[in-house]
Write a protein that binds this ligand. Sequence first.
Ligand code: SAM
Ligand code: SF4
Length: 330
Amino acid sequence: MIEEKNRIIDNFGRPHTYLRISLTDRCNLRCFYCMPEDGIELMEKSNIMTLEEIIALARTFRDLGVDTIRLTGGEPLVRKNFGYLVEELAKLGVTLKITTNGITLDKYLDLFKKIGLRKINISLDTLDKAKSVFITKRDYFDRIMKNIETALEMGMEVKLNIVLIKGVNDNEINDFIALTKYKNLTVKFIEFMPFKGNKWDWSKGVSEQEILDTVSKRFGKVEALKNPKHSTSTNFTVKGHIGNFAVVSTITNPFCADCNRIRVTADGKMMNCLFANSETDLLTPFRNGEQMDNIIINGIKTKKFSRDGMDVKMDADHYEKNRSMISIGG
Ligand code: SAM
Ligand code: SF4
């Protein structure tokens, strides 16, 4: 049992037990809502955490009460020696999860099965190949679809992440819901969020209410499911469907009150919130051999209650100072 004083607890009394680690700011796709049109200034290699540093920092977080680690990116599967890393992280005894674009997932599914990594979120914004090329600026649709099928056949818990953008993929909401009739997966609709350089404008976003209205118009009443503690999505199902659907309503109905998430970027900065524009440097003190516990425990004390202080509305003066999503990792 970890003593209270050795846990990561913010000033609102929220224990932080869920860590997202970004393994890289590189990606093999260029989704327009994530990667700025002009690209990003990539991190210097020497500033990126080595695999051993990631493992050691993850162990420190585990010892401070973190019980779940989600690997993300950029695209986590493009990180060199990813297989070694994930096997080592599995030894920490935490629940491991991953968010990926699915392009090279086939290379790792056997390994995931072996080490007990079953929860896989895969970004798939459209069921239409041509549209996928438009959104991602690359042509990997068939590979991703095949890998989703394989993951399901292997008994993985698959969630499809769909960022809904008006006039782009909002006409596909019910096509995604139709998938859940026979496929045991969750389709997770995500409200479009603002980050540096992604030309956010909420008039392009689709709200939770609009999603629910669209689904019930076609499928009738939707059933609300019990949301797990600390859930960042609201969960639903359509009667008779074996799969579920979920909505991440960060913009219209934020779920911050019960937040237990903490993030570490590929260059070793701790972010208390997806929208944080201040960070705690972990990598420099770690490389200097400093004791990390107090740096992490004190770092969480600057966490704001909701959306890094954008409680009422998303404020461009704030989010344009943030990182681009591709270098945070969701
Ligand atoms: N490359 C991996 C992937 O695409 O799943 C992991 C990193 S990606 C940044 C993590 C998640 O963030 C993806 O599900 C993606 O759809 C989501 N995302 C990126 N930009 C977003 C935005 N502007 N609003 C909402 N979600 C976004
Ligand atoms: Fe790459 Fe994922 Fe961002 Fe798409 S959403 S550009 S796949 S990091």
